[in-house]
Write a protein that binds this ligand. Structure first.
Ligand code: R1P
Ligand code: URA
Length: 235
């Protein structure tokens, strides 16, 4: 057991999917895994292990934002030996040619969080996806004729961002979408010497205001999950 995860040693697979929403974790486990077993209910942050195409895989909710995912990612790596962490999240697009329900593979993640400034004493660090996971996920998407955007995202500490000028500036610098966890996941995976990737589905468009319902966010996005699972079992 770790502080926030009630699993016994060996109850969590080396490859894990990480949705922000614990109910998305439950949905993924029940819909995509064979014989899913719930290993964590601490704080309602559900975690399951089962098999997918015969290989052991886990799925763990992380909560929203850098502080929350940092707790779960660190405990998974430090206490359970997790080696391949694939976030399956939602995001808000900030480019006109990135549409609602599009897939994004996050190559890198800028952030307005201070955590890396503190960690690296004011020096910038570039949180970057693991190339092997990224290439595998991209190849799977291409094989399935799924259009996928690969590029940089912005991990914000603020969901209700009122600084429209800042958003325009990030868009001008090529950032595809906003979300709230990837920069921390990539930084911690680098620290622990393991692989991490974020695959995101665009749930809303920050420029146009188009959005999907909470139910759709929780229950759909199957394409992203299948790409993540097929990637996870290669490692
Ligand atoms: O759908 P998830 O994975 O939670 O991701 C996005 O959704 C939440 C905000 O609604 C933030 O966690 C953001 O990163
Ligand atoms: O963090 C997020 C997630 C979805 N949409 C946003 O605008 N931000």
């Amino acid at each position: 057991m770790s502080v926030h995860i009630g699993a016994n040693e060996n109850e969590i697979a080396e490859s894990i999917l990480l949705p922000g929403d614990p109910l998305r974790a439950k949905f993924i486990a029940e819909k995509f895994l064979e014989n899913p077993k719930c290993y964590n209910e601490v704080r309602g942050m559900l975690g399951y292990t089962g098999t997918y195409k015969g290989k052991r895989v886990s799925v763990q909710g992380t909560g929203m934002g850098i502080p929350s995912i940092s707790i779960y990612a660190q405990e998974l790596m430090q206490s359970y030996g997790v080696k391949n962490l694939i976030r399956v999240g939602t995001c808000g697009a900030i480019q006109e040619d990135v549409k609602v329900r599009d897939l994004i593979i996050a190559m890198s993640a800028s952030t307005d969080s201070a955590v890396n400034k503190i960690r690296f004493k004011g020096i910038d660090f570039a949180p970057t996806a693991n190339f092997d996971l990224l290439k595998a996920a991209y190849d799977i998407a291409v094989q399935r004729n799924k259009q996928v955007n690969v590029g940089s995202v912005f991990t914000s500490d603020t969901f209700y961002n009122e600084d429209k000028e800042a958003v325009q500036n990030w868009a001008k610098h090529g950032i595809l979408a906003l979300e709230m966890e990837t920069a921390a996941l990539y930084t911690l995976a680098a620290k622990f010497g393991v692989k991490a990737l974020s695959i995101l589905t665009v749930s809303d468009h920050v420029l146009t205001g188009e959005e999907t319902s909470a139910e759709e966010r929780q229950k759909t996005f199957g394409e992203m999950v299948e790409i993540a699972l097929d990637t996870a079992i290669q490692f």
